[in-house]
Design a protein around this ligand. Structure first.
Ligand SMILES: Nc1ncnc2c1ncn2[C@@H]1O[C@H](COP(=O)(O)OP(=O)(O)O)[C@@H](O)[C@H]1O
Ligand SMILES: O=C(O)[C@@H](O)C(=O)COP(=O)(O)O
Length: 426
């Protein structure tokens, strides 16, 4: 299998978001969970998205994991590797977007890397280096209250500079509107000035098409699904994409079994989706304090689900509003609280699968990573889109048999996302 495009995603929901975008734009794509075991039979594809859980780990761990994935992708023919980050640039001053971008670039021989989290379809745009989420600057959006990576600065040149060893530049919208030639000339000038990463503006998909065309001529880029769209369209336009359409129908063959939703995302969109789900499904709100205190809350949740799940889907959520999250974090620490809750929700998920759940929605990137790791799912085929950024996934090589999943980024999906997702999984 020789692949045209490789990607390393810093979390699992982000990986499925990118895989969805690449598929929609004509690339046959598979999502692997880490570097797959050589015995795993992967389909013949144009693009592989390797999902890693490296958004909120120490930078040195993130670099090591990304470097191994990059080597694996290059060995399979990837001429370009996209480091898939969050469209809301989720990270801290310690990284990991800057350190991983620099490491991947150095591994590929250096040069300047285009960086943009723009994803216009979900309202993420970048202008003069400032990231907007819908109509709000990043630091005024709900991302200011993210449990793990609260974002307090919309100026991405500044944010990336704080995470980088080398200087960071900007390619503004005027240059991008002038086309690929103008972008290349600006990149060359910035590179001569010693800059190794540039934040690129992008408001419309045409901006990302221009950036994709330029990025494809370089070994590495860093961005969200918008840049994936640009790269995929550039590959198709250039005629480099092999024949064979990207179809999704095969991925949603029915799997039967029970269905469940597990949420650990505390994002505004997820909190509202949970409120809406309460009108049509049993929803258990976990007590975060009790979750941290010992295994009783997990056992109680599994017993609660066991009493109801044969009658229809159930929802189990650790999610809480910012004030509650802050209170827990002030008692137990930010990372310790997040990690303990991810562990608890992943144990609950595995128990539900043990009891026959085969159709599963997980809300939250870190939450999804912990759950998929505990289930030891090796890879996913990409099915149809439920909402922008969220496809139905079908497991590949799963020990428990075929399952259908949706890994929902906290901020994605309309208010009826959970019922919409389950309606597409049979
Ligand atoms: N009630 C809570 N208090 C504190 N942290 C929580 C709570 N519920 C979930 N979390 C943690 O918040 C984090 C949410 O991140 P994530 O799953 O990536 O969601 P999102 O996709 O919204 O970013 C996880 O680490 C999760 O364990
Ligand atoms: O780019 C995006 O916004 C998503 O693909 C993504 O990475 C979301 O991360 P989480 O909100 O942590 O799921």
């Amino acid at each position: 299998m020789a692949i045209l495009l490789g990607s390393i995603a810093d979390d699992y929901t982000g990986a499925s978001d990118l895989a969805n975008t690449l598929t929609k734009n004509g690339l046959r794509t598979v999502q692997t969970v880490g570097i797959p075991d050589p015995s795993l039979a992967l389909p013949d594809v144009d693009a592989v998205v390797v999902s890693l859980k490296i958004r909120s780990v120490p930078a040195s761990d993130a670099i090591a994991a990304a470097a191994s994935a990059e080597r694996w992708l290059r060995q399979r023919g990837a001429g370009h590797v996209l480091y898939k980050i969050c469209s809301t640039f989720d990270s801290t001053d310690a990284g990991n977007i800057g350190p991983v971008t620099e490491a991947l670039s150095e591994a590929a021989g250096g040069g300047v890397v285009l960086v943009t989290p723009a994803f216009p379809e979900t309202g993420r745009t970048v202008y003069l280096g400032h990231l907007f989420v819908g109509g709000q600057p990043l630091n005024e959006s709900p991302l200011r209250d993210h449990p793990l990576n609260p974002m307090h600065d919309a100026n991405l040149v500044r944010v990336l500079t704080r995470q980088s060893r080398n200087a960071v530049g900007l390619i503004d919208l005027t240059t991008i509107a002038a086309g690929p030639g103008a972008v290349k000339a600006r990149l060359d000038a910035l590179s001569t000035a010693g800059i190794t990463a540039v934040i690129a503006d992008a408001i419309f998909e045409r901006d990302l098409e221009t950036l994709g065309e330029v990025a494809l001529e370089t070994p590495v880029s860093t961005g969200a699904s918008g840049l994936g769209l640009g790269l995929a369209r550039a590959l198709v336009r250039s005629g480099r994409k092999s024949s064979g359409a990207a179809t999704t129908a095969d991925a949603i063959r029915p799997v039967g079994g029970l269905s469940a939703i597990v949420a650990g995302s505390c994002s505004k969109a997820t909190l509202h989706q949970l409120d809406i789900a309460e009108r049509s499904m049993p929803v258990l709100r976990l007590d975060p304090e009790r979750l941290l205190a010992g295994p009783q809350e997990i056992a109680a949740a599994i017993s609660w689900a066991g009493d109801r799940i044969s009658a229809g889907p159930v929802v189990i959520a650790a999610s809480a509003a910012p004030e509650t999250v802050s209170r827990l974090q002030s008692l137990h620490g930010r990372e310790a609280s997040g990690h303990a809750i991810e562990t608890a929700t992943s144990i609950i998920t595995a128990e539900l699968v043990e009891r026959g759940v085969r159709r599963l929605v997980v809300a939250g990137g870190e939450t999804s990573g912990a759950a998929v790791d505990r289930l030891a799912i090796p890879a996913f085929l990409i099915g149809p889109e439920i909402a922008p950024g969220v496809p139905v996934l079908r497991t590949v090589g799963n020990a428990q048999g075929d399952m259908l999943l949706a890994l929902k980024s906290g901020n994605f999906g309309g208010e009826d996302f959970f019922t919409a997702a389950l309606a597409m999984m049979h």
